[in-house]
Ligand binder design. Sequence first.
Ligand code: FES
Length: 186
Amino acid sequence: MSKSSRRAFISGSIASFTWLLTGGQASGAAPAITAGAPCKPKGRERTVDGVTYVCRNVKGKLVWRDTAVGAKQPVEVKQVTFTARVLESSELALGSTKVVNVPTPIGGTTGVVVTRTDVGITALAVACTHAGFPVARVGNVLECELHGSKFEPTTGAVLGGPAVRALFRYDATETNGGVYVTVTSG
Ligand code: FES
């Protein structure tokens, strides 16, 4: 055997030996069924180069499948917060209520009832918690005309049914001569 043939034979032998050790799998590729790593029984797992394969039954044949392929990734729900200047401070006198439309982070607007009292500014969802009809200030309460529910304007608490849940409350702040409401989605 010539020197170069001997070299080729030795490197071929090393490659074959490595192939047997790794189960004959190329990195990143689904491994073939090989000596030392038979794809059975179903459910058997084998990790090669950090990739885990599982033996699956595909159309009656047991084959190795990369467990990462087709694995469902959890859907990340991101909360988005949006703060809008809804009124000038001078537009909301002490004791008064205004209904404003606040842009939402996902588009469109949402109705918010903004009230100034001696305890500060409160922002509540305009939608009645009974069936969604808009509430309005009547005397010292927020009232839903549709079925008569009444709410406390500084907390949103139910004062009279049929509604049983308080109005949703948003963060409201006042700075630089303006009233701001923060809406969060997600
Ligand atoms: S929708 Fe408001 S009381 Fe029914």
